[in-house]
Ligand binder design. Structure first.
Ligand SMILES: C=C(O[C@@H]1C=C(C(=O)O)C=C[C@H]1O)C(=O)O
Length: 287
């Protein structure tokens, strides 16, 4: 028995991974696969990855095969600080412009289209590209980046460019939180390895709880060394993100899904989330 764990290769997922006892999990035949969200989404859909963080949009696209893990997500109530539309022109002039989208995202690309098309009635031409601000802006008027690519680009943004935070734009329109990443598990893995799934789940939960109770220290000190930026920025970043996945976050996500369905991005409407009843599993965290 073994489980392949998807690990989003952006700092925003670290609270769930920083305090994991990786050696103990590896002894239980767990393997970690660090990739950007779009690759993890694909890996889980193909059955190469069993459990871990994926784009919230990818859950909706495969809802019948997956179960969501409660109390784990990457969500923001307003500003997310790492998902931006960078533009050469102000928002009121973006209608009709060419926009490049990062190839690493599934949730945020649809979120951007929902905001621009549904809420602002804009019509734009979209191209998908590798995440690279300057290359994206060569033939486009604006580009959308997520994760560490967005954080870095915001820090080094050329003068005169505009940056719009998608979490903030969504919140202005809906008053709801937006969940970008969920933790999902393939139903097959639950059926075949319930206890190990329980162990991995409780390990994520414990890492998140330790991250929060220690106010993201010393995790942030490590991030400053590896990713640069100011300690204050990272402290605020993690404090502003919400890592829960309860009734309020689920309500925001269902509204996102309803708009994605209405606009033809999802083949089926998702009116309910299949969230794992972890209370029934007696497994302990590996830590
Ligand atoms: C908050 C973020 O959420 C990310 C956005 C995702 C997406 O757009 O598909 C997927 C996973 C999250 O890591 C971010 O990367 O900045």
């Amino acid at each position: 028995m073994s489980l392949v764990i998807g690990e989003i290769s952006y700092t925003n997922i670290l609270p769930f991974f920083y305090h994991l006892d990786r050696d103990a999990l590896k002894e239980k035949q767990c393997h970690f696969v660090p990739q950007v969200p779009s690759q993890l989404n694909e890996g889980m859909a193909a059955g190469r990855i069993d459990i871990g963080g994926i784009s919230s949009f990818a859950y909706a696209a495969n809802a019948s095969a997956y179960t969501l893990l409660p109390n784990l997500s990457v969500t923001s109530y307003g500003k997310v600080n790492s998902i931006f539309l960078f533009s050469k022109v102000p928002m009121q002039e973006i209608n009709g412009k060419n926009i490049a989208l990062t190839s690493s995202s599934a949730s945020s690309v649809h979120l951007l289209k929902i905001i621009l098309q549904h809420f602002y009635s804009f019509e734009n031409k979209y191209t998908t590209m590798e995440p690279d601000l300057l290359a994206m802006l060569q033939a486009n008027d604006a580009c959308m980046l997520i994760g560490d690519d967005a954080i870095r680009s915001k820090r080094e943004l050329p003068d005169g460019m505009y940056a719009y935070d998608l979490g903030q734009l969504w919140y202005e329109q809906t008053g709801l939180p937006m969940t970008y990443a969920v933790f999902a598990v393939r139903n097959q893995a639950i059926a075949e390895q319930t206890e190990l799934v329980g162990t991995v789940y409780h390990s994520f939960l414990k890492s998140k709880q330790l991250s929060e109770s220690r106010e993201y220290q010393p995790m942030v000190a490590d991030i400053v060394k590896t990713h640069g930026g100011e300690k204050l920025f990272w402290d605020e970043y993690f404090n502003q993100l919400c890592n829960d996945f309860g009734a309020a976050e689920q309500k925001g996500l269902l509204y996102f899904y309803s708009l994605a369905y209405k606009m033809g991005f999802l083949p089926e409407s998702i009116t309910e989330l299949n969230v794992w009843d972890s209370v029934s599993v007696q497994a302990k965290a590996c830590q």
